[in-house]
Design a binder for this molecule. Structure first.
Ligand code: FAD
Length: 414
């Protein structure tokens, strides 16, 4: 019978970063996944490490915007009609958390995590030999209407207060940075402190390799086999049962599959998202992520080509893919930027696990001694993986946490 101090369940960027942070603190650690490391949500994302993010995405604030979503004309959001009764309570909570005062509160409460996101990644990337995947040239957000840009002002004011650098550009200014963008937008904001990855999967794999080099053990197994054993926990792996004093749930969108049978019901919602890759036209290079805000998509250069990612789709986590947002956004994308041919033949689908208040849960699991949670990272799991690992590592090791963990406690939902 094998035994560890800590066992991390889920080897995405969040779980892998936690395992690495715990191993760095001298604990014996196992990292368990049912599949290969980093190949789920942590692979398919847009690759942005959003050090400058303040406001979370919000429920549509105007009736026009809501109607566009309702009548399935919006490219930034889609939904399955059959899923509406199930998701309605979550949407109501999300709408309540989207009030101006609540959004501001969320931005302030999440700030300590975002402020440390890039340095924590940089430290792990340097140690893991993954620095070559990190691009430090910011991202650009485009606004097609004066109204859309005006709505941004409170967010810019908060960025000023936080000391976050940004540059408001006209189309020509934006084209100095990205000459292949057509000037179909009115305003742009360049955020130089955003970092992006050319290969998110390679980064998670590199962090996992560093974890192994420090003596960490990676095993295959089903996290749902976790159960009480003596004073700790036991989980079944392909290499046999493993006993552990502390278990950490980092299962991304699959966290409820383990937590609900244990009686831990958290208000998870899932914003599904898709990606496709395109070849880069030699006459249209792109050097950083670009977001077309109103149309709700992002394009970014990756090793596989240009990755195009979509906004939110509200549907059951495991429902069949319905990538209709591509049909809605392609006309707008085609007028902005010249994509090459498709570089893949499959559309990737993933799910962002989101709480209505857009804050993750990082800390102890209520009512379950020795169980810890690192879940609900929403749009920012790639950004926040390493800093989540640091915070949880400090809490578990009894060190002084670098920030107050109370805003991320699961108890806020009880
Ligand atoms: C389209 C899209 C774009 C995004 N863009 C960005 C971005 O630019 N920046 C950013 O910061 N974030 C982004 N995100 C969000 C980010 O990708 C996620 O928040 C992050 O990857 C979550 O990491 P994770 O480790 O929690 O989950 P995952 O990467 O999903 O890892 C969970 C792991 O748990 C394993 N698992 C599940 N069930 C079991 C089980 N029963 N037993 C064992 N193992 C199990 C899975 O195999 C998986 O490896 C995006 C998400 C999407 C969908």
């Amino acid at each position: 019978m094998a035994r560890t101090d800590a066992t991390v369940l889920g080897a995405g960027i969040v779980g892998t970063s936690i395992a690495l942070q715990l191993a760095k603190r001298g604990m014996s650690v196992a990292l368990i996944d049912r599949g290969p490391i980093g190949e789920e949500t942590s692979y398919g994302n847009s690759g942005a490490i959003e050090g400058s993010t303040t406001y979370p995405p919000a429920f549509p604030s105007s009736l026009t915007a809501l109607m566009r979503v309702a009548f399935k004309q919006a490219s930034d959001a889609n939904y399955h009609v059959s899923f509406l009764p199930q998701v309605a309570p979550w949407l109501l909570k999300f709408r309540a958390a989207s009030r101006a005062d609540r959004i501001l509160e969320t931005a302030r409460l999440n700030r300590p995590l975002f402020a440390r996101a890039i340095p924590e990644h940089e430290t792990l990337a340097l140690e893991s030999g993954a620095a070559r995947y990190i691009r430090k040239n910011g991202w650009i957000k485009l606004y097609r209407s004066a109204q859309g840009f005006a709505a941004l002002q409170p967010e810019l004011n908060l960025a000023r207060e936080f000391g976050l650098p940004f540059e408001v550009l006209d189309p020509e200014g934006a084209r100095v940075l990205e000459p292949s963008l057509n000037p179909v937008f009115k305003h742009a904001v360049f955020w130089p402190n955003v970092v992006s990855l050319s290969n998110p999967l390679a980064v998670t794999r590199a962090y996992a390799a560093r974890f192994s080099a420090l003596g960490g053990v990676t095993l295959k197994g089903d996290a749902r086999s976790l159960h009480r054993s003596g004073h700790g926990w036991r989980v079944d792996t392909e290499q046999g049962p493993l006993d552990t004093s502390e278990a950490i749930v980092a299962l991304g969108p699959w966290a409820p599959d383990l937590l609900e049978p244990l009686g831990i019901k958290l208000p998870f919602g899932f914003k599904r998202g898709y990606h496709r890759h395109y070849k880069t036209e030699s006459s249209a290079p792109l050097s950083r992520p670009v977001i077309d805000v109103a149309a709700g998509y992002l394009i970014t250069p990756m090793e596989q080509g240009i990755r195009l990612t979509t906004g939110a789709e509200f549907a059951a986590r495991d429902a069949a893919p319905t990538p209709v947002q591509f049909d809605r956004l392609m006309p707008r994308l085609n007028e902005l930027y010249r994509l090459g041919e498709r570089a893949d033949d499959k559309t990737w689908l993933g799910a962002r696990p989101c709480f209505p208040d857009s804050r993750p849960v990082i800390g102890r699991a209520p009512g379950q001694k020795g169980l810890w949670l690192a879940v609900g990272h929403a749009h920012w799991g790639l950004t926040l993986g390493p800093v989540t690992g640091r915070l949880l590592g400090e809490m578990m090791a009894g060190e002084l946490p670098f920030c107050d963990p109370t805003p991320y406690a699961a108890e806020r939902f009880l």
